[in-house]
Design a protein around this ligand. Sequence first.
Ligand SMILES: [Zn+2]
Length: 292
Amino acid sequence: MKWRGLKAEAPRALTAHTDTLGAMVKEIKSNGRLKLTKIGGFAWNTVEGEGCTIFTRKGGSVRGSILMTKASIHVYGKEVNELKRDDDHMEVRLDARTTSLHETGVLGVNVGDFVAFDPRVETANGFLRSRHLDDKAGVACIMAAVKTLQTAQMQPTQTTYLQISNYEEVGHGASAGIPPEVVELVTVDMAAVSEGQTSDEFHATLCVKDSGGPYHHGLNQRLLELAEEYEIPHKIDIYPYYGSDGEAFWRAGGDVAVSLIGPGVDASHNYERTHMDSLMATTQWLVAYMLS
Ligand SMILES: [Zn+2]
């Protein structure tokens, strides 16, 4: 989406991604259960026991849960602890009467059907606990920033494009869709919170380097100056195993300054959690940037 600014000599873009982690039906097993293939990078143990929905080709859906192939401790004893969580040892148990490939087929389930994991959203004391905060939280911050300006009947200083990408978790993200006249791209994606990281759930973080190397130094400095000027709670961090929509655009040949900011997410690609303070700080930072 294009949002006309007061000026148009240095157009900008904001991007975040709506796609999340999930799976696809790889195979219907002879016992009627489903073998899955992962979409995005996560470990099977992070979704073990989770509820899920299989979306069938004809528009239907079937509920189920993700379990190990040897789930019952009363049957398998210590094997339940020791079994490696991998594609071959995880399956979906459907909440439908089926014990065969044929019966599951009759339910409309097919190879290639998408499988969504239950987000299990819960809020308490300002915390937001849910799967898929990466990067729904980033999208929410962009939306909130835009709404803030629109409510105040303001427009961005520079013409600004809003690009919500759909393939970030598998790598190619915002590789297409950013217009060539754009000179700056601010990617909004989660900050990785854990031991050894400066990021937390109460600040917005500027990521200066991740697996794809450093982000744009000049744009980073300007964002930090804005955060200081408007007293936005912020951190600077480096993420060891991380890629972003902005880097996907760089790899596709995008010739722009790219920075990455976002809210702190604890236990990323697992059962995630953030706090309203972090979402507010990220939103304020985006508003300050758009008005700069
Ligand atoms: Zn992710």
